[in-house]
Ligand binder design. Structure first.
Ligand code: SF4
Ligand code: SF4
Length: 387
């Protein structure tokens, strides 16, 4: 297996092995950089907000039970979903595991429930030390998130359980790139973290977006891609970043994590100065350890709060079905999905560089392995999951 080709058993799976569920579109924050709720976020225009129906979620969990997929829940803020406890228990009863990104503001009040339902991992999104984080996310958000993590940590220790694992996800942007060390070595207690994910801000160029629209029109009859447009950025806006400093900070953190047994995930996988420079200069194809093919559409699927199904996270411009009209299995095996996969057999999309999965040099064989490679995050231009 190389260049993103997964084993034939995973490719032939009759059901997805890895399911991303957007529980709801609501969020209690308005982070400036969020592609949903931020200053230029797409959700600000919505006249009504949706939540995925609990019965529909239960039907998906039941139907997919035979392949025991991994679940990733996201939002908006997933802890605002009114039936979150039922969903977590249903997933647990079905023998599956689940990850949950969150902005951390509701962690304290939901800590008991989370320790009782034992999701595999909580990923708390933080943008830097308090001043930087709160500038992006709102006054007091950092402090609330830390209080919440502390409470979950204390309750889980009392119970004698390692779950939920507690992780922090940071998206590296021009605003916070000099503060990675400050966050992890000064503002947080690393002794309470099980995992860390560092992801460089996702973006695509105007040209990438234009080419993507062309592919959608020619191959799939979809005329525009307004949602993908939220990722468009000019690489010049990254030109003043100190790439060496980013690499140094990641190296220091990596060394610590290695010693302390903390799982560290980075995107790209090789966070060298050179690779980071190439990434932020849109020179993606000369980076080391990026892939030429992608097999995630054979493994994973994503269902948003309106029931629309897509294969590539955050790129909802091309939907492959809706779970209010057909079962997830029917959609997964349906004509549209097949056509989509056939396209990917030949080549990647022009926007794949803006997808965190592009940087998984060795994609997973199935859900159990898949989670090792998944990125977490949220609706900021750069994070691919939303809390
Ligand atoms: S980044 Fe997350 S927490 Fe912030 S507004 Fe977006 S969805 Fe809400
Ligand atoms: S956007 Fe591209 S890299 Fe990402 S999952 Fe889809 S095909 Fe794979």
């Amino acid at each position: 297996m190389s260049d993103g080709v997964v084993s034939s058993s995973a490719l032939n799976s009759p059901l997805p092995r890895w399911i991303f569920l957007q529980l709801l579109e609501h969020c209690n924050l308005r982070c400036h950089m969020c592609y949903e709720w931020g200053d230029s976020g797409a959700y600000r225009e919505k006249t009504s907000l949706k939540k995925l129906d609990l019965d529909v979620i239960k039907a998906i969990i039941k139907e997919c039970e035979p392949v025991r997929p991994y679940y990733e829940l996201f939002g908006g803020e997933p802890l605002m979903y009114p039936h979150i406890e039922e969903v977590l228990f249903a997933i647990q009863r079905a023998g599956s595991r689940v990850h949950l990104p969150t902005n951390g503001t509701l962690l304290e009040q939901m800590a008991e429930m989370l320790v009782a339902t034992e999701p595999d991992k909580l990923w708390v999104s933080l943008d830097g030390p308090p001043e930087i984080n709160n500038r992006q996310r709102g006054e007091g958000v950092f402090e609330k998130a830390v209080k919440g993590m502390d409470k979950v940590h204390a309750l889980r220790s009392k119970k004698g359980s390692p779950y939920p694992h507690i992780g922090v996800g940071l998206c590296v942007t021009p605003t916070n790139h000099l503060h990675i060390e400050d966050l992890f070595f000064e503002a947080l207690d690393l002794g309470k973290l099980d995992c860390i994910s560092l992801e460089l801000q996702s973006y695509m160029t105007q040209d990438n977006h234009r080419s993507y629209e062309k592919v959608l029109q020619q191959e799939f009859g979809v005329l525009t891609a307004p949602l993908a447009k939220g990722f468009v950025a000019n690489p010049e806006q990254f030109a003043d970043m100190d790439f060496r400093r980013i690499a140094q900070q990641i190296a220091k953190l990596s060394e610590h994590c290695h010693r302390a047994g903390i799982y560290l995930n980075t995107y790209p996988k090789d966070p060298s100065e050179e690779n980071i420079r190439k990434y932020f200069s849109a020179d993606w194809f000369s980076m080391s350890r990026v892939k030429k093919r992608c097999s995630f559409p054979w493994v994973s699927t994503e269902i948003n709060a309106r029931g629309d199904v897509t294969s590539c996270h955050a790129f909802y411009d091309l939907t492959l079905g809706n779970v209010y009209q057909s079962s997830i299995g029917e959609i997964w095996r349906g004509e549209k999905y097949v056509k989509y996969r056939n396209h990917l057999r030949k080549k990647l999309f022009p926007i794949c560089q803006a997808c965190c999965l592009f940087y998984n040099e060795k994609p997973p064989e199935g859900a159990r392995e898949a989670v090792q490679y998944v990125s977490i995050g949220e609706g900021q231009a750069g994070h691919n999951l939303v809390s």
